[in-house]
Ligand binder design. Structure first.
Ligand code: PA5
Length: 490
């Protein structure tokens, strides 16, 4: 099967000049750091304990056994047959991968037209915000008796998902009768968290209620699409095996030591040089494809939460080779490129002006789709558009955008996808995941935690009076109130 390729010509000085592009010398000077990062990453991946405890078990998701995958596929088919609508509740890593798959792998306008759905249920995503308007509209319009709910929260404690779940559960209970629990699946930590405890209680009373699926240890939220997202794929009829095979094929390519053979390492190394040496702090990810926009949104979370870190990483290795990573309080780095998702060609009429003439502080990563699922010829012959195919214009627009960036000395690169198939999409996901992990190594930060996300949560918990909140957190919130001067609100 065809694979995706990575074209990085326009990241180099021979195209965008030495002030803004990478030189061969700069790349070769990084070879020791690249080797070290590769050796460290592969040693963790090979060590069962370290791989799980440090949060790198996602590298093995494509090797999930056939029995597990078949079970999920069967369950998905059963739900798909019985229900007209599915609501997925989740946020962050428990949402973005599913949404990315939904938009990339299903027919466009899936929910709108039954022919596009080919007998599968309509899909809705909620619990990824606290906006009452959308959830209220959904519950007003869906029939609870015909609706299945999949609640996804690894921790089981996330406010957005928990709140939405309580509301939706009540709605199901009222509208679907006493066996409403059979219309719920919880994907959550197998042992801990309030959602797990709640599901267990419910299961004791009725085994068909609150069924759940295996959530693998050592797979963090934003790296978990190929774990928590599989039921969604099965419900909508995507061949899970093909997605996993794509990820596996990319795993093989991205385990090689030499960067000229390893697209993920090359991507990470070039971005790292441009970030550290040429001030490219903004990462624009721009698929030239409507259906890949949500995959770009998924990458935004992956990059932002993995690499946007205050502290450097301190590694401790015990005599038996077990590693632990800590924040190094002596090394405040405030590092990480700022990701921005955009889509071609739509955003050529918006963000592109800034990309070309604004501060030269960005790299642009295009995703180019070589073959679209459909194509349309433009009718007429009275101007240059007549007789052209839309795909031809799309490719030309991407080439034109790359050219416009190059002549303005703006580095850019292109991930080339032969087609948006489950196989290629699986490759794409794994490519970005491995690139992010490798960039984390080059920056020497922990790419698998997200401590910065806690502060807003703690503030909310404090204001909501959540019991058991750490005294230090309460003290910090009390001693740093938000200050408001009336004259500064006009
Ligand atoms: O990458 C992560 O771990 C986070 O973005 C989580 O996915 C997100 O916070 C949701 O967490 P949970 O699945 O525990 O509700």
């Amino acid at each position: 099967m065809q694979g995706i390729n990575f074209d990085f010509n326009n990241m180099f000085s021979f195209n965008v000049g030495p002030r803004h592009g990478v030189t061969y010398l700069e790349l070769s000077r990084m070879s020791a750091a690249i080797d070290k990062a590769h050796r460290h990453l592969s040693s963790i991946i090979k060590n069962d304990h370290n791989r799980v405890s440090l949060g790198l078990e996602w590298v093995n998701l494509s090797f999930q056994d056939r029995k597990t995958v078949n079970k999920i596929q069967l369950l998905g088919r059963e739900i798909s047959r019985k229900f007209k609508n599915i609501i997925f509740l989740g946020i962050g890593g428990s949402f973005l991968g599913l949404k990315a798959a939904q938009d990339a792998l299903l027919a466009p306008y899936y929910n709108e037209f039954s022919a596009q759905r080919e007998g599968h249920p309509k899909i809705y995503f909620e619990g990824n915000n606290l906006d009452p308007d959308t959830l209220a509209a959904l519950m007003r319009n869906l029939d609870p008796a015909k609706t299945f709910v999949v609640v996804i929260s690894k921790s089981g404690e996330t406010t957005e998902t928990k709140a939405a779940f309580k509301i939706v559960e009540e709605w199901l209970k009222k509208g679907a009768g006493k066996n409403y629990g059979r219309q719920i699946i919880a994907i959550t930590d197998p042992q801990s968290g309030s959602l797990r405890r709640y599901a267990q209680e419910k299961q004791k009373k009725d085994v068909l209620s609150f069924r759940s699926l295996p959530l693998l240890k050592g797979v963090g939220g934003r790296f978990s699409e190929l774990n928590i997202g599989l039921l969604h794929l099965a419900i909508v009829g995507v061949n899970i095996r093909e997605v996993l095979d794509g990820a596996k094929a990319m795993y093989k390519r991205c385990s090689r030591p030499g960067i000229f053979k390893n697209p993920a390492y090359m991507y990470a190394a070039l971005q790292n040089i441009l970030y550290r040496k040429k001030g490219k702090t903004i990462a624009i990810i721009m698929p030239f494809s409507e259906t890949l926009k949500s995959t770009a949104d998924w990458y935004v979370q992956l990059l932002a939460e993995s690499l946007g870190k205050k502290y450097g990483r301190r590694i401790r290795v015990s005599s038996d080779g077990r590693e632990t990573w800590e924040q190094d309080p002596g090394r405040i780095v405030n590092t990480g490129r700022t990701p921005v998702s955009a889509r071609g060609t739509n955003d050529l009429h918006s963000i592109q002006q800034n990309n070309i003439e604004g501060r030269n502080d960005k790299t642009v990563t295009f995703i180019k789709v070589q073959n679209f699922q459909a194509d349309i010829k433009i009718p007429g012959d009275d101007d240059v558009l007549g007789g052209r195919k839309l795909s031809e214009l799309m490719h030309l627009a991407q080439e034109a955008t790359a050219w416009a960036l190059v002549i303005s000395s703006r580095p850019n690169c292109t991930v080339i996808m032969p087609q948006v198939t489950p196989f290629c999409w699986g490759q794409l996901l794994f490519f970005f995941e491995m690139a992010t992990a490798f960039e984390g190594e080059l920056l020497n930060v922990n790419a698998f935690d997200q401590p910065g996300v806690e502060s807003y949560k703690n503030y909310m918990y404090y204001k909501l009076g959540k019991p058991g909140l750490n005294a230090g957190i309460a003290h910090s919130i009390k001693s740093h109130p938000l200050r408001k001067k009336k004259k500064l609100i006009i």
